[in-house]
Design a protein around this ligand. Structure first.
Ligand SMILES: *Cc1c(COP(=O)(O)O)cnc(C)c1O
Length: 405
């Protein structure tokens, strides 16, 4: 008889977004007085940049001709040189040297963050920020590294609280050593972005203890403040302890197109083995690469015109963020994020619980947000709003919230 992976039965079962969906549907069925505005889910809404569309159109035509047709990609790590070299050069512009065989192109940062656990032993102690992007937690739970789920927490994970008191950046753990450390900056959900000094503390810790930092910089393109690093490899010593995940999803509207990349330096070794080589072996076995058409679209993002076009879209979202932040601040809320990230993290008024405030905004303002408690225990007392919506609708949502507060 086949037996299942029992770890799956321990999962609390996609609570957050299904529960939001349930509450929104129930409210919609009561004929709300105004159309709903959704500032909840973290998906982009602006179309692909014209240069990306044009590059993909050309690539589709190549695929339709015998002379230019392409099958499996046989270049390094299932990615075409044209894309890996463009990625390498973009790092060079930051002053970071990344070799082209340290770049692994994939269909998503979610897949890479989730799959990276394959190359690590099950006995590693995992540390996650709290609140957190749920993928890091659930994938470790599925693998059996999280222990049991008791009272909203996994028994074997180290939770690193990120609160207003520590500027939403985790302090080093006391007690048990963290072997695998997930850091996301700019952060989903808090919108906070780490400084070089903050990251250096963790890089030093990881190098001292032989830990590995899994650095998710999916929102790197939203950084507006000078001095905030765009890559963890801008921090000295990171090549010996860090893996970096990047994505075209939020950067260039690829959430439905699918393309991302992961950097594993060849200097990064544990148990005498190169993590770059292990990941190459893993990807070579379980993955056959990203479609040629999509890789051509991703390449176009790095052209001067591509950069200009995606920056325009990012500025559009960041302007929404500003509108939300300003409007909620004017309404008397304490608001974080929204400067180097498309997320606004707002304190609920009068110590209200996050689901309670979510319900109030839904019922009285017809605005859908995300309750902070869904991202972990330290998210209680906050809600997340996203800047990925339509500018006009975002303004109206903020106006409605102001009226009811
Ligand atoms: C959106 C997001 C990603 C990107 O995931 P893709 O699979 O590349 O679309 C990665 N990390 C975080 C924290 C995100 O919010």
């Amino acid at each position: 008889m086949a037996r299942i992976n029992q770890n799956f039965l321990k999962l609390p079962g996609g609570y957050l977004f299904p529960e939001i969906g349930r509450r929104v549907r129930a409210f919609s069925a009561e004929n709300p007085p105004m159309p709903l505005i959704r500032l909840g889910i973290g998906d982009v809404t602006q179309p692909l940049a014209p240069v990306v569309v044009e590059a993909m159109r050309k690539a589709v035509e190549e695929m339709g001709r015998k002379e230019t047709f392409r099958g499996y990609c046989e270049e390094t790590c299932c990615a075409y040189d044209f894309l890996r070299f463009a990625i390498r050069d973009s790092y060079k512009a930051l002053g970071v040297e990344v070799a082209d065989d340290e770049i692994f192109v994939s269909d998503g940062a979610k897949s890479d963050c989730g799959n990276i656990g394959d190359i690590f032993g099950l006995d590693n102690v995992v540390a996650v920020c709290d609140p957190v992007y749920p993928v890091y937690v659930d994938t470790n739970a599925m693998a059996g590294r999280a222990g049991e789920y008791v009272d909203g927490k996994w028994t074997d994970l180290i939770y690193l609280p990120c609160t207003a008191d520590n500027g939403f950046f985790p302090e080093l753990p006391k007690g048990k050593v963290a072997d695998l450390i997930y850091i996301c900056s700019p952060n989903n959900p808090t919108g906070a972005a780490a400084t070089k000094e903050q990251l250096k503390v963790w890089v030093d810790y990881a190098n001292e203890h032989g830990s590995v930092i899994l650095y998710d910089s999916a929102y790197e393109a939203f950084i507006t403040e000078p001095g905030i690093p765009h890559s963890i490899f801008e921090v000295e010593g990171a090549r010996e302890c860090a893996i970096e995940f990047r994505s075209f999803s939020k950067t260039a509207g690829f959430t439905g197109t699918r393309c991302a990349y992961t950097i594993i330096p060849k200097d990064l070794k544990r148990d005498g083995a190169s993590l770059n080589a292990l990941w190459n072996r893993r990807q070579g076995t379980k993955f056959n690469g990203v479609p040629y058409v999509v890789q051509r679209g991703a390449e176009a993002v790095f052209t001067p015109e591509g950069q200009r076009q995606i920056k325009e879209t990012i500025a559009y979202y960041l302007n929404n963020a500003k509108v939300i932040k300003q409007g909620l601040t004017d309404a008397g809320l304490t608001v974080y994020g929204g400067v180097n990230a498309p997320y606004i993290w707002a304190r609920t008024p009068d110590g209200k619980d996050s689901w309670g405030f979510f319900d109030r905004l839904l019922h009285e303002a017809c605005v859908v947000t995300t309750p902070g408690a869904g991202f972990g225990p330290s998210g209680e007392g906050y809600i997340r709003l996203t800047a990925f919506g339509d500018a006009q609708a975002t303004r109206e949502a903020v106006e409605r919230i102001r009226k009811i507060l």
